[in-house]
Design a protein around this ligand. Structure first.
Ligand code: PLP
Length: 402
């Protein structure tokens, strides 16, 4: 029997091992079937074992896995073309993870600052944000738990409250070292926090006035998750830099840092790189992910399922006392609960749902987070709605009875 004896204790995994998957479903080693409403934390947007993705991986693996960036990689160039077409950006750097994509963005911002004669370039980052676990990205992250014990942190970040334009204006007036804002269009780990509808527009305006780069971390919100290719497209603006990862490869590790004309010329040969970054296997797979999202009308499905799920939750549990808010954008859905109204820890919902063969997540302490696959159908949506509603209702009823 395999066990955890030789793994570092970085994770506290649930007591279940999955053996195979298909679409929105997973099967564990006891052949039990589960509905996956988390899809590997917003990674497997097209579901598990998608035939088109499997075909590309198999064919590419049989042809060529890796050559390094010492040579031209046509699959990488093609994926960059596709990403720029759907995003309106100009240039792409490929990495292997989200944190690394953000590292590239942070390096672009600093180099951009130095090129503009700013000696101590600083980046504005938000409270409750999440940008990754490398030293620079954990320093940018607005969560003390992620940072604690890893001091000294990387310098050059200025923190501001999320969804607060006045705070950004204040920083602009009092600080001459700012070169960029790094922000999530919707905060994922922070609790599915959706800012005011014109928040990004106002950030864009300030960045234009100040010659700052607007850098959007779309690692969780990107690739159709919110019902558009990228969340910024709800706002009719363009960022200067955008980072992607998670759903880009549907499970193969790939990240990307995209930039417009202005920011896309900052990095020059020798400034940055990655051995694996943008290798043929990852890029061919991500290209198929984009083709499939287009061919299968995934955006339309996300918008339909989103409305259906959010409205159903509001009808079923929206008026319960312990339910503070039901919110979502596309298939990024959060149910915020009053932790004091529950008869158990909010995080226990993960285990309770697992017992019902449903995979969900709890984030920010009191928010049930749903990130179901983008291919979800109505019958699967009903399972999620009913199971979660019943669990929430029971947890509040028991409290009242106790
Ligand atoms: C997941 C995530 C990251 C980190 O991505 P990794 O691939 O785990 O390094 C960064 N930013 C956001 C918004 C994320 O959701």
């Amino acid at each position: 029997m395999a066990n955890n004896e030789h793994l570092m204790k970085t994770y506290a995994p649930l007591d279940v091992t999955f053996e195979h998957g298909e679409g929105a479903y997973l099967w564990d080693t006891n052949k039990e079937k589960y509905l996956d409403a988390l899809c590997g934390i917003a990674v497997c947007g097209l579901g598990h074992a998608h035939p088109a993705v499997t075909k590309t991986i198999s064919e590419q693996a049989a042809k060529l896995l890796h050559t390094s960036n010492l040579y031209q990689i046509d699959k990488q160039q093609h994926l960059a073309d596709q990403l720029c077409e759907i995003s309106g950006m100009s240039r792409v750097f490929f990495s292997n993870s989200g944190a690394e994509a953000n590292e590239a963005a942070i390096k672009i911002a600093r180099l951009f600052g130095h090129k503009n004669k700013i000696d101590n370039p600083s980046i504005i980052v938000m409270d409750n944000s999440f940008h990754g676990r490398t030293m620079a990205t954990l320093s940018a992250t607005g969560n003390r738990k992620v940072q604690a014990g890893f001091e000294p942190l990387v310098q050059g970040f200025i923190r501001a409250p999320y969804n607060n334009i006045e705070a950004i204006r204040n920083i602009a007036e009092n600080n001459n070292n700012v070169v960029a804002i790094l922000v999530e269009p919707v905060q994922g780990e922070g609790g599915i926090n959706i800012p005011d509808p014109d928040y990004l527009n106002q950030l864009r305006e300030i960045c234009d006035q100040q010659n700052w780069l607007l850098m959007l971390d779309e690692i969780q919100t990107g690739m159709a998750r919110t019902g558009k290719w990228f969340a910024f497209q709800h706002n009719n603006i363009q960022p200067d830099v955008m980072t992607l990862a998670k759903a880009l490869g549907n499970g193969v590790p790939i990240g990307a840092c995209l930039a417009n004309d202005k920011a896309g010329e900052v990095l020059q040969p020798g400034n940055h790189g990655s051995t694996f970054g943008g290798n043929p296997l990852m890029c061919a797979t991500a290209s198929t992910v984009i083709d499939t999202i287009k061919a299968d009308n995934i955006l339309q499905n996300v918008n339909q399922m989103s409305q259906y799920i959010i409205n159903s939750f509001k009808e079923k549990i929206g008026l319960l006392d312990g339910v503070r808010e039901i919110r979502g954008m596309g298939l990024m859905i959060g149910i915020e609960l009053g932790a004091d109204t529950l008869n158990h820890d909010c995080t226990d919902f993960v285990k309770l749902a697992l017992e019902q063969h449903l995979l969900i997540n709890v984030t920010a302490g009191n928010v049930i987070r749903l990130l179901p696959p983008l291919i979800l159908d109505k019958q699967q949506a009903d399972i999620i709605i009913n199971t979660v509603s019943d669990l929430v209702t029971a947890s509040l009823q028991n409290k009242a009875a106790a």
